[in-house]
Design a protein around this ligand. Structure first.
Ligand code: ADP
Length: 395
């Protein structure tokens, strides 16, 4: 009976997982549960390249995790629950406390709960995931990988806000940066594939439903477009990204909205969805824009412009740019967005090979491009699995 480890990546209404065979580090099964807590939740399960999707009502993360473990048992990927010796969780906010992954104990759980004030949409569901496994797999060790940890190398000049100092000193209000496991995976992979010289000054663009850019110097994060929370930075699928802070009290007063209402509006009703009034999905917007929908085109234009602006800004953080990498749903699959972003970067010496770009190739730069451009599929679960082994001292 071989030992296995499970990587869990849970969002507010979704959960992704990968089960690894421990000694080989091979993926035995993977999948995701979507729309947890809604009537139409689905469970997608993949083994040996075969995918099955079933509709299954799941009220909460405990039900979703139970479905995952049942799926592993009924498909005979595991014969008994005890084969899973450890579970790793991606945790949204580690505040100033966690610069590295840790083994979960009562004190760590209390800290994750305490940090929910900084990440009200994510830390509570991450904690629910940990507690669900305590019930379902009580023998398994649990490890926490924090979204913020990779960014602990950001220098004070980039993480401080221009607020009275005591908000930082007494209340930890500063930029933290998120999507750490994704940016770290991309940085490590790019350095492995292309060498350390070619990747010295790198910008990684994680463009999924959530989106953030990271500036990495010699493999270390020196800036992140996300901030105190994952709401900051780029406009995303449904999140506003950066706005003038004065807009918030203005809206609260003008429309008699509570801060909870405004938080919901900024997180769930804004971004590509809010601007277009149509969809948070770049594919839908692209199609609509082609058919003449002007608001869809506007949403895409703003999206692309903000990515360009951050790339411009991060080029100064890095004092130049050697490599630009695109990843996550949009970054990996939308040649149109990559092309539009790079069209305004010719001043940096960015030139795409159109054919390679259309093919989502690993390298999409033209031979005479000064900056190298790559498309690398992200793998946050690989970082979670690595952390499990590191923290538990497994060779
Ligand atoms: P998450 O952030 O939830 O992990 P993903 O990284 O999977 O999400 O990205 C999801 C987004 O990727 C979708 O909302 C969609 O906009 C985009 N996407 C996926 N495939 C394509 C594609 N072929 N072309 C353009 N956009 C795509």
């Amino acid at each position: 009976m071989s030992q296995k480890i499970l990587a869990i990546n849970s969002g507010s209404s979704s959960l992704k997982f990968k089960l690894y065979e421990l000694s080989e580090q091979t993926v035995l099964a993977s999948g995701h549960v979507d729309r947890i807590g809604q009537r139409n939740s689905t469970f997608t399960f993949e083994i040996h390249g075969q995918k099955t999707i079933q509709a299954e009502k799941m009220d909460d993360h405990l039900a979703a995790i139970q479905a995952v473990v049942n799926g592993l048992l009924t498909s005979h990927v595991i014969e008994h629950k005890s084969e899973i010796i450890a579970v790793g969780h991606r945790i949204s906010h580690g505040g100033r406390f966690y610069t590295h992954p840790v083994k979960v104990d009562a004190a760590v759980k209390a800290k994750i709960k305490e940090l929910s004030v900084l990440s009200p949409l994510h830390n509570p569901v991450n904690l629910a995931g940990i507690e669900a496994f305590e019930k379902i797999l009580p023998e398994a060790a649990e490890v926490a990988t924090f979204d913020t940890s990779f960014h602990y190398t950001i220098p004070p000049k980039a993480y401080m806000y221009g607020l009275p100092y005591n908000y930082f000193k007494d209340h930890d209000i500063r930029r933290y940066g998120f999507h750490g496991p994704s940016h770290e995976y991309i940085v490590l992979k790019a350095r492995e594939l292309f060498g350390t010289q070619q990747t010295r000054r790198m910008i990684t663009c994680h463009l999924g439903n959530g989106a953030s850019l990271c500036a990495a110097l010699d493999g270390k994060s020196v800036n992140s477009s996300m901030g105190f929370t994952p709401l900051a930075g780029l406009l995303m699928g449904t999140r506003s990204g950066d706005i003038d802070p004065e807009i918030i009290p203005f809206i609260e007063e003008r429309f008699h909205m509570s801060s909870e209402d405004v938080r919901k509006m900024l997180n769930q009703d804004s971004g590509l969805l809010g601007l277009s009034g149509l969809s948070n999905d770049v594919r839908d917007l692209n199609q609509a824009a082609k058919a003449g929908n002007q608001r869809a085109q506007l949403a895409l234009d703003v999206y692309v412009h903000q990515i360009q602006q951050y790339i411009g800004a991060y080029t100064t953080d890095l004092n130049g740019l050697d490599m630009l990498v695109f990843t996550a749903g949009v970054g990996e699959h939308s040649a149109m967005i990559r092309q539009a972003v790079c069209a305004q970067l010719t001043f940096l010496g960015v030139k795409l090979d159109d054919e390679k770009n259309r093919a989502d190739a690993l390298r999409i730069d033209a031979p005479n491009s000064r900056v190298k451009v790559a498309v690398i599929p992200t793998d946050e679960e690989a970082i979670i699995a690595r952390d499990i082994k590191q923290v538990l001292g497994i060779k």
